[in-house]
Design a protein. Structure first.
Length: 220
């Protein structure tokens, strides 16, 4: 697999997003699917956004593709597909009802399997993966170094977490009760979590919510 091609894909995807007035954009490093990105690959990913924003004048225009027949047709198709999906979820009792039958997770798994099937069969050509392969690949026997935390870094992280727990110990009961009430009363959990994360770690919040809602096992 030629991961260097990923920068080309990311450039085009970023351009599409900006042309469609994307509010927030992140460009992945080309090696992110394999390991923690290197400083070099992160710099290239950042350069994609800088070049589009600072060198490509067309990106300064608001929605340059508006009015195009192709874009309007694709927009209508996407809207129809989204509405049909909303109807299917509504027929299952809404988001929570659909979750009880694992509908959303199954749909994601089905789409993922469908994509992988097309990729492996070659029906979906992906340059450098299943087509346009290098007939003379480099013979370099170089292993990509995987980024791993040192024991010192792990120990420091654990120590900081324990100190965080101790520092906020007096506040935790009140804040956790507020989280429980919000979960059981179907209130705005996000608003409560914004406050809770100031005194509770992610692990503590997750474990507490498990006590009320349990876990959804993966359905294969």
């Amino acid at each position: 697999m030629e991961i260097d091609f990923n920068d080309i894909r990311t450039t085009l995807q970023a351009l599409y997003a900006i042309y469609d007035n994307c509010n927030s954009l992140h460009t992945n490093a080309y090696d992110e699917a394999i390991t923690t990105p290197t400083a070099e690959s992160v710099r290239r990913a950042l350069a994609i956004q800088l070049i589009i924003n600072r060198e490509l004048g067309q990106a300064s225009n608001q929605n340059p593709l508006q009015g195009s027949f192709l874009i309007e047709e694709l927009t209508d198709l996407v809207e129809e597909a989204i509405l049909a999906e909303f109807i299917r979820i509504s027929d299952r009792g809404g988001v929570l009802g659909a979750m009880e039958t694992m509908y959303q997770r199954n749909k994601i798994q089905e789409e993922s399997l469908y994509y992988e099937t097309l990729k492996h069969s070659g029906e979906l050509p992906i340059m450098g993966v299943n087509s346009f392969l290098n007939p003379n690949p480099p013979q370099e026997d170089v292993e990509i170094e995987l980024a791993r935390s040192t024991e010192e870094e792990k120990t420091m992280q654990i120590r900081d977490l324990e100190q965080f727990h101790q520092f906020h110990e007096a506040e935790q009961n009140v804040m956790m009760q507020r989280l429980s009430d919000a979960a059981l009363e179907n209130s705005n959990l996000f608003e409560v979590l914004m406050d809770d994360c100031q005194v509770y770690s992610l692990g503590q919040i997750t474990q507490h919510l498990y006590q009320h809602g349990g876990k959804y096992p993966r359905n294969m």
